[in-house]
Design a protein around this ligand. Structure first.
Ligand code: DQA
Length: 146
């Protein structure tokens, strides 16, 4: 049985579509989910898509991924820049974790330059809008095939 790729989204990403569209684009999270499902489907990988505004829930899903997912694509939102607990959870699990961001965080405010996730993740893809997620799926599939 092929384990799914978990795509885990952090705080405020439920507001995509109306939230600062000049930075994050016009797509809703539902539209991103549909595009991810279609893209992963091409390589025969099912996707399970999550979003929460709560740090502990994101950690619980990472623990769940350790048992039930083949890989994780994660946009931790602002917890990227604050959460040592998420860093520890990413380090604690076996499946590859690809960090993704819609915006190019390194070109934004200084407080977005640090990622506690990058230091624990398999790799990071930032700044490509929806394509960050799709490239994240490709990177996840590639790390599973190698
Ligand atoms: C984000 C970048 C973060 O700095 C921000 O807090 C977000 C979205 C992105 O996808 O560009 O919520 O993760």
């Amino acid at each position: 049985m092929t384990k799914p790729i978990y795509i885990i989204n952090g705080p405020n990403l439920n507001l995509l579509g109306t939230r600062e569209p000049e930075i994050y684009g016009a797509l809703t999270l539902d539209q991103i989910r549909e595009a991810c499902e279609a893209h992963a489907g091409k390589s025969g990988r099912p996707v399970v898509f999550f979003q929460s505004n709560h740090e502990g829930q994101l950690i619980d899903w990472l623990h769940d991924a350790n048992v039930n997912a083949s890989a994780v694509v994660m946009n931790p939102g602002a917890y990227t820049h604050t959460s040592i607990a998420l860093h520890d959870a990413v380090r604690a699990i076996e499946p590859p974790v690809i960090e993704v961001h819609l915006s190019q965080t390194a070109a934004r405010e200084e407080f977005r330059h640090q990622s506690f996730i990058a230091a624990a993740a398999t790799g990071s893809i930032t700044g490509f809008g929806l394509a960050s997620y799709l490239l994240g799926i490709d990177a996840a599939v590639q790390s599973l095939n190698t």
